[in-house]
Structures are given as C-alpha cells and as structure tokens.
Write a protein that binds this ligand. Structure first.
Ligand SMILES: Cc1cc2nc3c(=O)[nH]c(=O)nc-3n(C[C@H](O)[C@H](O)[C@H](O)COP(=O)(O)OP(=O)(O)OC[C@H]3O[C@@H](n4cnc5c(N)ncnc54)[C@H](O)[C@@H]3O)c2cc1C
Length: 463
C-alpha cells in the first residue's frame, strides 16, 4: 500500500466535485452524510471496503445519551451536564471542555432525529450501569449489536439517495496554499486512481488501531495485544494530520478491553463483572479493582501469567449477559464453563480451588484493591467462567477539533474546510486507557458526525 500523502492542489483536475466529501462509511461517516443531506448539501461518502461496516459493525452498538425521551419514559433523571461530568471525571479533566459540552448536548437530539427521520428504534438499557456512568444512558437497537446499527444507517443513507463510493480508499489530500482541501485521490482495488474535488472534507476514517507501527509508537503496552477493531482503521487521519501541520492530541489514548474470550475471540460483556463477577489470573488470584473500567483492564490482563485471566460469575449474571448476541455466541462456541461448586469450577479452570475460593470470598467496602462491594449480591451456584485476554478496540487520540468539528492547526486557528468526526478526531478520553468511559467511541462518532455533517454542509453552501 502506498502511504497516505498530502500534495499541492495547484494544476490538479478533478473528475467530479462533491459539496461535502466524507472519507469513511462507519457510524461517523453515515451520520455526517445524513446530517449534511438534511442541511441541504449533496454529500458523497468514499469507503475503502466493498460494504461499509467499520469498527461500528464490530461494536455492541450502544450509544450513551442524556435527557432522551427513552430515559424519560423509563423514569431516568439525567442531563447533558451530568453526563459531561462523568466523562470528565474518567478522563481526569483532560477532555476538551468545549467539544465535551457540544457533544453531550448534541447526542440526545441526534438519537431522537435518527429515530424519527430514519426509523432507528432505540431503547435504553436499564438493567445494568456501565462503569463510571451515574445514570442508565446506554441506547441501542433491538439486537444490541453494532452490525444492526451500521445496517440501519446504511439503509437510511441509501433511502436518502446519498452517493456512496465503495472500494475507494482515500490516499491523497490535494491542498491549496492556504490549507483549503480542494479534493482527494482515491485508489481502486485494480490500482487505478481517481480524483474527486470537494468544497468541504469530513474525515470519518477512524483511528490507527489497525496500523501496527503506529500502535507500537503510541501505545507500546498493547503492541502485542489482539487487535479487535476493523482492519480498515489504518491511521490516515493521523498521517495526513502530521503532513498538514494539524494539531494531534492524546495519541496514546485508547479503548482497550480486558474481557475477550480466548482463544474464541468473542467479546464478553463487562456486565458480568459489574453485576458482581470478578477476574482472577491463572493462579486463581484477583489482581485489580475490576470496576474501574474494562479499558484499562486490557493492559492489566496482558500483564498476568500467559497474558490471560478468567471472568468468574454466576448463572443469574449470565442471564443478564445473554441479552448480548456476543455472549450468546460465546456460549454456543463453548467458551463459558459451568459448574455446581467452586471446587468443580476450579478443576475445570485448572487452578487451585483454595485460591479461587479465597478470591470469590473477598468482599469489603472497599476491598484491598479499592472495589466497593456494598449492595452487590454474592455469587451463587451454578458458577460460570470464561478465559479471556486483553485487546485493543480502538484508538482515542487524533486530530484536535473545535466544537464545530473543524480541525485545528498546530500553529493555531483551524483549516478552512476540513472537519473530523468519530475516531479520526481526538476523543474525550484524555491520554490514557483509563480515561475511556464506556460509549465514548460511538458518542463521538454519532454526535460529531451530526455536527460535522451540518457544519460542512453550511460551509459548502456558503462557498
Ligand atoms: C469490539 C468493539 C466493541 C465496541 N463497543 C462499543 C460500544 O458498545 N459503544 C461505543 O461507544 N463504542 C464501542 N466501540 C468503539 C466504536 O466501535 C468506535 O468508536 C466507532 O465505531 C467509531 O466509528 P467511526 O465511524 O469513527 O469508525 P468506523 O466505524 O471504524 O468507520 C470508519 C470507516 O472508514 C473506512 N476507512 C478508513 N480509512 C479509509 C480511507 N483511507 N478511505 C476510505 N475509507 C476509509 C473504514 O473502512 C471504515 O469503514 C467498540 C469497538 C470495538 C472494536
């Protein structure tokens, strides 16, 4: 693959011209396209793959939003300010305050618009709280899968008559002397190149998790981790940003996950832990406060003997986890061990029963790791266990943006017509894995997608 490049726009002829050109057909790109079309522009999406899916299709498809009608119907009190506080607490104050305020305010009306204008039937998850959220605010479609989310968005884009060029990998940005992007060069699978001009460009091509060299450079602790995101996430936004003189922020920030069934490679929902389960290593010993979050848990699990751990929970908790298609798949694949006693479970897990029993008996408010067990039901037979490892899900660092999704220059100010959304933009999680609050990924994909679509349409119409 040729490296992504930035080239001078002078003298370049473009075969076609888009009012708003969007690179990437995941949640951010599809929502940007719908928003740009609604704002009166004619967007064009270019997507590397034959079918746009992205990491969005691999996700649980759960989008956090505060103050939605689904929350009100369920009697949940919540608002954007409270949501922003939760994100900032997890990010240790590192999230850009203006972007944070814009995103947390935008997401509830955006989900309601996607439901009303495009038929996405969201509901709110009410039976468990994700770590760090002070209210039930995860919204998802019926299957609680990202595959359904992206399929619905793709259908909405098709119904809206928006052009989506597939098998079209953006490679070159053609940029004028003042930083205006005049168009892009795309590579086709047969090696041919096409050029598309634009009035505004939205980068929605996610982060660099699928680019090993960039992962090694920015997140060395996960250099050997399972890559669980989409292979199309190759870091073009970061590489173009470096070449353009854009401000790049929090490149070490990421979403890891400490609970991917191994060797099955199936996500085991963190609900198994939040409902009262624990993680032990191969010796049967606990090693952390698991409730701090699944993201930072990836590196902790990888640091255990053999780079693995076990999620231990019970049948009541399995009943809750079963609402997730992934969990049902893990059960069907034989990844979930079951036993009627701790001794039998330890035998199946090939570890000392006394160590496992001691780990399961550990309680406290807080315990020695800082986990607070107040109000948490003890595990009861039959018990369940899944062998898991740590994985990298997506990167959170990227192009620094303003609250209107315009990309910032390293030297100050913004580029005239360049926008970023979703994983291409710096997220709200700060510079560490521990800063990732569940849902920050799709939150910035969907909310910034809507903002970038609207703002780029406004700009393109004004040109
Ligand atoms: C297993 C897993 C579970 C997750 N669960 C959740 C969850 O429940 N909630 C949550 O909020 N987040 C979750 N996330 C994170 C979430 O999936 C991402 O943050 C989100 O999908 C990012 O959306 P996006 O549109 O920016 O990127 P993507 O969905 O990855 O879309 C980017 C698209 O751009 C295309 N592309 C890339 N480069 C180019 C190029 N040069 N030219 C053309 N096209 C290009 C790619 O092929 C891809 O289709 C999860 C992630 C994973 C991996």
């Amino acid at each position: 693959m040729t490296e992504p490049t930035v080239a001078p726009a002078g003298g370049i002829a473009f075969g076609a011209e888009a009012e708003v050109l969007i690179v990437g057909g995941g949640a951010a790109g599809m929502v940007a396209a719908l928003a740009a079309a609604e704002a009166g522009a004619e967007p064009v999406v270019v997507e590397r793959e034959a079918v746009p899916r992205g990491s969005t299709a691999l996700s649980a498809g759960l989008i956090p939003a505060a103050g939605t009608r689904w929350q009100r119907d369920a009697g949940i009190a919540d608002d954007a300010a409270r949501f922003a506080d939760d994100i900032q607490r997890k990010a240790k104050g590192e999230a850009d305050a203006a972007v944070l305020a814009a995103v947390t305010r935008a997401i509830a009306p955006t989900l309601e618009w996607l439901a009303d204008a495009h038929g996405l039937a969201f509901s709110v998850v009410t039976d468990f709280l994700y770590p760090g959220h002070s209210a039930h605010r995860m919204h998802g479609l019926a299957s609680r899968s990202g595959a359904e989310l992206i399929d619905r968005l793709r259908s909405a884009v098709e119904r809206a008559g928006i052009a989506v060029a597939t098998e079209a990998a953006a490679r070159t940005l053609f940029v004028a002397g003042d930083g205006t992007v005049r168009g892009i060069g795309i590579a086709r699978p047969d090696g041919s190149e096409e050029r598309i001009g634009c009035r505004a460009l939205v980068l929605a091509c996610n982060g660099y998790g699928g680019n090993r060299a960039l992962v090694r450079r920015h997140i060395p602790e996960l250099a050997e981790a399972v890559w669980f995101g989409h292979d199309g996430n190759r870091g073009e936004a970061v590489l173009w940003g470096e070449a353009l003189g854009a401000e790049l922020r929090h490149l070490a920030g990421h979403q890891g996950h400490g609970s991917v069934a191994h060797p099955h490679g199936i996500l085991i929902t963190w609900a198994v832990i939040m409902q009262g389960g624990v993680q032990v290593n191969a010796l049967g010993e606990r090693f952390s406060d698991e409730t701090e979050g699944y993201s930072e848990q990836a590196a902790r699990v990888l640091a255990q003997p053999g780079g693995i751990a076990w999620d231990v929970f019970d049948e009541r908790i399995a009943g809750i986890a079963r609402q997730f298609e992934d969990f049902r798949s893990a059960e069907a694949a034989g990844a979930v061990l079951r036993a009627g006693s701790v001794e039998a479970l330890a035998e199946a897990m090939k570890m000392p029963p006394s160590a496992l029993a001691a780990s399961l008996a550990e309680r406290g408010a807080p315990d020695r790791f800082g986990r607070d067990w107040t109000g948490v039901a003890p595990l009861a037979p039959p018990y369940c266990a899944v062998r898991v490892t740590g994985a990298l899900f997506h990167t959170q660092g990227g192009l620094a943006i303003r609250e209107d999704a315009r990309v910032r220059r390293a030297a100050g100010g913004v580029f005239p017509n360049l926008f970023a959304a979703g994983g291409a933009a710096a997220g709200l999680s700060g510079s560490r894995a521990a800063g990732y609050l569940s849902g920050n990924g799709l939150l910035t994909a969907v909310a910034l997608g809507a903002i970038a679509g609207r703002e780029s349409a406004r700009l393109s119409r004004a040109v």
